[in-house]
Design a protein around this ligand. Structure first.
Ligand code: SF4
Ligand code: SF4
Length: 331
């Protein structure tokens, strides 16, 4: 790998993402391997309005996937021989056909992951959702960006920490996150323009703090680096720290993460059926020449296996330090 000629203070200069990747790979391109996961964003409506949200979700958003597109997503997963459907949003539980979709995916033989913000499980009308998820063997990945109340409420809104703890307590009672039960992973992301600490150490801290204070358990912790897009990017701009953060991500580029980037083994479908390499490219509406950017209704699944992935400076968030993905650190 070449030395990055980068001004670490301003974030200016240095190679672009593809040049960095080319230094570590013979092809010089980030290309797809097998696709085992179809991630699907079924709508942008959310009960929260978090500062770091990269898809700008809020209670005001109305966009949601129609049933015809949901069926096409399941057909695509079958054609790709994918093993996992990873459902996200917004708060995916708020989609009126969320349950039908989960049931159809399970009947199609897919493992189902739901990305939940936890607090939605306490909202009126959602009291039965945890039991439904348990009964259908759904794995949960839940945001809890710190084990301290102050940091969570600052990032996600007043009262979110307390509601999240209560939701985890109820999930534990149903068998989530406890030995022999269904997986409940928590997700950490930094409160500002810094890289996450080492995943294993932070997981131990979470485990100790949450058990000692509340007696609650979880399966594991995923640390995720904030990608400089959406509301988080706007916050960085306002604080005049965008360039510094980009510089930090570039300066800590780790070529060992490139082979494990999540875009290499999964594809993301937006609420309107358009395909993207990942949830971040989806948020940016960043299509690529080739199969991405097409609708799930018209795409040739074979073409997805040979695609070139659309990259940009935001990708440095996935390759910084220990790497980052929707499933936590990469190395
Ligand atoms: S980060 Fe998650 S919980 Fe927060 S507004 Fe966005 S989709 Fe909703
Ligand atoms: S932002 Fe998306 S396309 Fe870029 S490296 Fe990360 S997962 Fe891949």
């Amino acid at each position: 790998m070449s030395v990055l000629k980068l001004d670490r203070e301003t974030g200016k200069g240095g190679p672009d993402f593809d040049q960095c990747v080319a230094c570590g790979e013979s092809t010089g391109l980030v290309s797809a391997a097998r696709l085992h996961t179809v991630q699907v964003n079924i709508g942008l409506r959310c009960n929260l309005t978090c500062h770091h949200c990269h898809v700008n979700s809020s209670p005001r958003r109305k966009e949601e996937m129609d049933w015809r597109t949901m069926e096409a997503v399941l057909r695509l997963a079958g054609a790709l021989d994918a093993t996992t459907l990873d459902i996200t949003g917004g708060a995916p539980e708020m989609h009126p056909r969320f349950r039908e979709f989960v049931i159809a995916a399970r009947e199609a033989g897919l493992g189902v992951i739901v990305r939940t913000n936890l607090t939605i499980l306490l909202e009126p009308g959602h009291e039965e959702t945890p039991g439904f998820l348990r009964d259908h063997g759904v794995e949960l990945i839940a945001s809890l960006p710190c084990y301290l109340e102050e940091n969570v409420d600052k990032q996600r809104g007043d009262g979110v920490y307390g509601d999240s703890i209560e939701a985890i307590r109820r999930l534990n009672a149903l068998g989530y996150g406890v030995e022999g039960g269904l997986p409940l992973h928590l997700v950490y992301n930094p409160g500002g323009p810094s890289l996450p600490p080492p995943q294993a150490g932070l997981e131990a801290d979470y485990r100790k703090a949450l058990f000692e204070r509340f007696g609650i358990r979880f399966t594991g912790l995923y640390t995720i680096t904030n990608v400089p897009i959406g509301r988080f990017r706007a916050d960085l701009r306002r604080a005049h720290t965008l360039d510094t953060y980009l510089g930090r991500l570039k300066a800590t580029f780790n070529p060992g993460t490139v082979g494990r980037l999540m875009c290499r083994h999964q594809i993301s479908v937006a609420w309107d059926g358009i395909l993207y390499d990942c949830d971040f490219n989806l948020a940016l509406r960043l299509p690529a020449p080739g199969a991405q950017g097409r609708s799930v209704h018209e795409v040739d699944p074979a073409a997805l296996l040979q695609r070139t992935i659309a990259t940009g400076d935001h990708c440095f968030a996935c390759t910084a330090g220990a790497g980052s993905s929707c499933g936590g650190s990469l190395v």
